[in-house]
Design a protein around this ligand. Structure first.
Ligand SMILES: [Zn+2]
Length: 301
């Protein structure tokens, strides 16, 4: 018997597929069990316990094998494969599978991100989210028990995040932080000496390439240490370019947050402030360009 190249559930004779009676019964059972409420793992466990043969001596099943069967369109009679389940059963199983896996996972990824990046502006403590009474009464609050007893819900929290990000997308220029440009280069004596030495090496008649290359690299690295670079400016340019290319923001995009945000602050009034990777701090009021000098309320602790 050759290796299993044939889709589970079928035999092939003279270029045509036929149902394999035993295997197609197993496939049908998998769909029924899954729709009936068994998990992928439970189904795999049952098949293994019943020593159902997958191929040759292989009687151990895992949830990935079960999942691949559920998502394979051929079982609903696709292309030249005769159907094992009806299209309705196939759709029902896969709707359930997507609902279970996809959405819930991305939700919690987003929640995880916010939990690890949101900080109380009063005490520097962590903000966390709790579901209260019912799923609709969730709140974000400081875990440090400081006087910041502000609770904000998802709508208020995510709403402010989206507002700030949309404003930044519309007017990326507000991300420029005003830093004193002080990029300088003052090489030390050693650096100057080493530079002269590499010059001399390069002027020799018989150039030994490798040592020169090494010397140049070392020299460049030392020179770099003598520079004070305005990294904030470099990051600002990067961010402005990033947001100029961005589409209008309608919802929270986890990748954008990861790429551009350093930290999120919530103050005692429940106002959200985003600190971007270049150090620019923007909150809803700032982003609307109001001239209120409310930034002075910053921590006096
Ligand atoms: Zn706090």
């Amino acid at each position: 018997m050759e290796l299993r190249t044939l889709l589970y559930g079928y035999n092939k004779r003279q270029f045509r597929f036929y149902l394999n009676e035993t295997e197609s019964t197993v496939v049908k059972q998998i769909f029924d069990d899954y729709i009936g409420g068994l998990t992928l793992q439970k189904i795999a466990d049952r098949l293994t316990a019943e020593q159902v043969v997958y191929y040759k001596d292989k009687v151990t099943w895992n949830k990935h094998m079960v999942r691949r069967i559920l998502e394979n369109r051929h079982y609903a009679g696709d292309e030249e494969y005769p159907a094992i389940v009806t299209r309705a059963v196939y759709e029902q199983a896969n709707e359930k599978r997507l609902k279970k896996g996809g959405d819930r996972e991305t939700d919690s990824e987003q929640e995880k991100y916010f939990k690890s990046h949101t900080v109380c502006e009063q005490c520097g403590g962590r903000f966390t989210r709790r579901r209260n009474w019912s799923q609709t009464h969730e709140k974000w609050y400081c875990t440090c028990g400081c006087k910041n007893n502000i609770y904000i819900d998802d709508t208020l929290f995510y709403g402010q995040i989206i507002t700030i990000l949309s404003q930044v997308t519309e007017t990326p220029g507000i991300l420029h932080v005003s830093t004193v440009p002080n990029e300088t280069y003052s090489p030390t004596l050693d650096v100057i000496r080493a530079e002269k030495e590499t010059d001399r090496m390069a002027e020799r008649k018989n150039i030994d390439f490798l040592p020169i290359k090494k010397a140049i690299y070392l020299n460049v690295s030392d020179k770099f240490d003598c520079c004070t670079l305005d990294t904030a400016k470099a990051f600002s340019d990067l961010l402005v370019r990033y947001f100029s290319k961005n589409q209008p923001i309608e919802d929270i995009n986890l990748q954008t947050l990861r790429d551009t945000i350093d930290r999120i602050y919530i103050n005692k009034c429940g106002t959200v402030k985003i600190k971007f990777i270049n150090g620019a701090e923007i909150s809803k009021e700032d982003s609307y360009g109001s001239d209120s000098n409310s930034t002075e309320t910053k921590d006096n602790n």
